[in-house]
Design a protein around this ligand. Structure first.
Ligand SMILES: C[S@@+](CC[C@H](N)C(=O)[O-])C[C@H]1O[C@@H](n2cnc3c(N)ncnc32)[C@H](O)[C@@H]1O
Length: 405
């Protein structure tokens, strides 16, 4: 048995809990690392012009990102080599079964610590996913430096770490459980945690934090991960930017960008004007402080001197717009016109709907260029460009509309 409590946890409770049989019914997709998002926000929409794409999933767990990236690459005709790396062999078995269930042949599996990646899986990698892992390391900076050391020139990372404000109430409860259930028997600790959570006083901050209601504490793995984890910490935006900076990396974009725009958390036009000229990092930090909702931070990053010019530009008729399925559900609302009400973590933002957006969005299929769509609609290039700009302003900040070239 291992002496590392983090590894011991993930051997006993692979997380998130996944059943390989589910692969027949659904593909788990998310951020970071949805390939259309990576293409748009990290590779200026030009991912498919590469002859190969080397990906590392560091701390791959039960396989969500590995399966998603490998499947997306296959669906998009992109030659990708995906390397899964994790400490937990129990998690690896589940991830392997999921990959096998889909018949994917573009994944290799490696067991070990990401701290040793340069020796055991040196790469280099064009893209590195590290979702929900760095905040469990004894020394997250050393972990990120190890990943940066195997990043290819021009490569990018997609990271997720816990957010401090959105997890208000988690850490006092973790401390309470360390005091009340210090034993090494995992199932006993779980039973104490369940009893404690059931009857917490109404004044307890965990109970008072509505953001935690959706957290998966129904499964043993989920409850353990949230409240009994032997090692986790959370980051504010400036702390996360500092972590990146220490590894000679810089943020490209936080996801979804609309959540990190402080103007979206303000109502008074005079205050909105005040935030317009902030540096990006100050704006992201302000958005976090105003919203209070960020339980996690998803950030795309690159080497400090390669972080500019990474995001696809919405200019030109040769761009191919790609819409996520959730965007397509907005077509009837866009056709109706007026104001579109969008939900940002429970906070409503309203956007005026410009004319012509519904037929445009309806024709976005991830294959046709904007020019072709405009011609199909009988619009001149100027009208097409203007209308697309409006659609892009509406949906790109919530990552529902991206571009490839
Ligand atoms: C919360 S899970 C996240 C799994 C996956 N990235 C996801 O988002 O679904 C954290 C994973 O990190 C792995 N892990 C923790 N420390 C690690 C290390 N030093 N090297 C490699 N994997 C590690 C654990 O074994 C566990 O599978």
């Amino acid at each position: 048995m291992t002496t590392d409590p983090v590894r011991a946890q993930y051997e006993t409770y692979p997380y998130p809990a996944r059943d390989p049989k589910e692969e027949a019914h659904r593909l788990v997709e998310g951020s970071p690392s949805h390939l259309d998002e990576v293409d748009h926000f990290c590779f200026a929409g030009r991912l498919r012009s590469r002859s190969s794409f080397n990906v590392l999933v560091a701390g791959g767990g039960t396989g969500d990102a590995t399966v998603m990236i490998a499947q997306h690459a296959k669906d998009r005709g992109l030659t990708a080599n995906v390397t899964y790396l994790d400490l937990s062999t129990a998690s690896r078995r589940i991830a392997e079964d999921r990959v096998a269930a889909r018949g994917l042949d573009n994944v290799r599996f490696i067991s070990g610590s990401l701290l040793d990646v340069a020796d055991i899986a040196p790469g280099p990698y064009d893209y590195i996913d590290c979702c929900g892992v760095l905040h469990h390391l004894e020394d997250p900076a050393a972990g990120l430096a190890a990943l940066a050391s195997v990043l290819a020139a021009g490569g990018a990372l997609g990271l997720m770490v816990y957010g401090t404000l959105g997890r208000t109430g988690v850490y006092p409860l973790q401390a309470a459980l360390r005091a009340m259930a210090p034993e090494s028997d995992l199932s006993l600790r779980l039973s104490v945690a369940r009893r404690l959570v059931r009857d917490l006083p109404a004044s307890n901050w965990y109970r008072r934090n509505p953001l935690l209601e959706g957290w998966d504490v129904g499964t043993d793995a989920g409850l353990y991960d949230l409240l009994l984890h032997p090692r986790d910490r959370a980051y504010s935006v400036p702390e996360l930017c500092g972590l990146l900076d220490g590894a000679n990396l810089a943020p490209i974009a936080f996801m979804e960008p609309a959540r990190y725009d402080p103007a979206n958390w303000l109502a008074d036009p005079a205050l909105i004007r005040r935030v317009r000229s902030l540096r990006p990092v100050d704006a992201w930090a302000l958005a976090e402080n105003l919203s209070g909702t960020m339980k996690t931070h998803v950030v795309y990053a690159a080497r400090r001197d390669e972080a500019i010019g990474r995001v696809a530009e919405p200019a030109g008729a040769d761009g191919i717009p790609m819409a996520r399925p959730a965007a397509k559900h907005l077509v009837p609302a866009l056709a109706k016109g007026g104001v579109l009400k969008m939900d940002l973590d429970g906070h409503a933002i309203r956007r005026e709907i410009a004319p012509g957006l519904a037929p445009l969005l309806e024709r976005v299929n991830g294959e046709r260029t904007l020019g072709q769509i405009g011609r199909d609609l009988g619009w001149d290039p100027g009208t097409t460009a203007k209308r697309f700009e409006k659609l892009y302003e509406l949906l790109n900040p919530i990552a529902l509309l991206t571009l490839r070239f």
